[in-house]
Design a protein around this ligand. Structure first.
Ligand SMILES: Cc1cc2nc3c(=O)[nH]c(=O)nc-3n(C[C@H](O)[C@H](O)[C@H](O)COP(=O)(O)OP(=O)(O)OC[C@H]3O[C@@H](n4cnc5c(N)ncnc54)[C@H](O)[C@@H]3O)c2cc1C
Length: 364
């Protein structure tokens, strides 16, 4: 008989942490979620920025600057998406590609949370005990259970279990004193960074009929006209762009000053738009964001003996666990690259593992 879990601390409010929090709550386990950012969603992100036009009017721009969308390959995740779609929380998106690009053979639609990327996580976390703007920098285990430290102070204590739901390199630091093997594995995962350019432009022909382009060369891998995507707000006369640098270019320029990165990526975006016959007359707002850990590639050293028999980690005796898009077997999975789905699958599997045998276990 498993000891009952009454209170669980979850660190990270991305799709993995939010999914786990909801699953545990639904079976009557108390959870508290700690998130270092002010907002929820992690890499399911939408940047909101106010900018001032030359006529003095203030506009709000919204850029989906993390994962642009995601796939649902597994039946369980597809069912979850279809339920969310019926509730109006996600929609499907079949990108309309910039001229002269071949039509994608894999025509399966992608999924897009509504009205912005973090909305899915906000919904899962609705009504739960959340602490945002709180970076957890150490975990302690004593006779009263787990306690979490932030900036030298106790952020929460008395937990039966703690789960880390964050990119592996960040989890490794916290895991190190408690689960050395996991920490070593997590630290060996190779991550691809991603620089992202966000821009608001006036365009002579304000509305190209496409919403995604893939430049054939140069530093950009993907250009999105975000305001033309389903459910996103349009402002007459303005176009909103998000341009993703390739992982190789991002790695090469990882530590470069943001203004230099911005100049290089804006130049590349303008060339790509000109090639696709979009004539920008003026850029009204431009910014860049660096994702140090955008997506996981896999352990740097495949020869290392890894614990690869699950999509998550759970040590029942001490009550510590980890889930996310780069934990356990997730990396060797045929879904590699499908980060959101991997993170969701990892969290649902961990939830089932944690509550296994307890009454009220949710249906898979
Ligand atoms: C630019 C980009 C493009 C992508 N494209 C795709 C795509 O096309 N398809 C796809 O499926 N996936 C894509 N992904 C990956 C996808 O977004 C992730 O796989 C998925 O969102 C991971 O969810 P997660 O919950 O595991 O982690 P995250 O979303 O990273 O959530 C972890 C959370 O933990 C918080 N946190 C970290 N450390 C601490 C701490 N010490 N204390 C408190 N909180 C902490 C973070 O702030 C974050 O909110 C992309 C990601 C990026 C950045």
């Amino acid at each position: 008989m498993k000891p009952a879990l009454r209170r669980v601390a979850i660190v990270g409010a991305g799709i993995a942490g939010a999914t786990l929090a909801r699953r545990l709550t639904d079976v009557g386990i108390g959870v508290q979620v700690f998130e270092k950012s002010r907002g929820l969603g992690g890499r399911l992100a939408t940047r909101r920025t106010d900018w001032t036009a030359p006529d003095g009017r203030v506009h709000r721009a919204r850029f989906d600057h993390g994962a642009p969308a995601f796939a649902a390959h597994t039946p369980a995740f597809r069912r979850f998406m279809e339920q969310a779609q019926r509730a109006g929380r996600v929609t499907t998106w079949s990108p309309r590609l910039a001229p002269a690009l071949p039509i994608a053979q894999d025509a399966a639609p992608l999924w897009l949370p509504m009205p912005d990327m973090p909305a899915l996580c906000r919904h899962l976390l609705q009504g739960l005990d959340l602490r945002t703007g709180c970076t957890i920098d150490a975990l302690r285990r004593g006779s009263g259970g787990w306690s979490l430290q932030s900036a030298g102070a106790c952020a929460g204590d008395g937990f039966d279990a703690v789960v880390l739901a964050m990119p592996a390199p960040q989890a490794a630091v916290l895991l190190h004193p408690h689960q050395l093997g996991w920490a070593e594995h997590a630290a060996r995962v190779v991550w691809q960074p991603g620089w992202v350019l966000m821009g608001v432009a006036e365009a002579a022909d304000a509305a190209p009929y496409w919403d995604m382009g893939r430049p054939s060369a140069g530093p950009l891998s993907c250009v999105l006209r975000t305001d033309a995507r389903p459910g996103r707000e349009r402002i007459a006369g303005l176009t909103h762009w998000v341009a993703h640098a390739t992982p190789a270019w991002s790695q090469q320029h990882l530590e470069e000053a943001p203004f230099e990165v911005q100049a290089a990526l804006l130049n590349a975006l303008q060339s790509a738009l000109a090639e696709w016959q979009v004539h920008v007359t003026a850029w009204r707002h431009v910014a860049v964001h660096r994702w140090r850990y955008a997506s996981a590639l896999g352990p740097a050293d495949p020869a290392v003996a890894l614990e690869r028999d699950s999509t998550h980690w759970w040590h029942e005796a001490t009550g510590i666990g980890a889930c996310g898009d780069a934990v356990g077997d997730a990396l060797g999975d045929p879904l590699a690259g499908a980060g959101v789905e991997l993170a969701w699958c990892s969290a649902t599997a961990l939830a089932a593992h944690m509550v296994g045998g307890q009454p009220g276990q949710p249906a898979p």
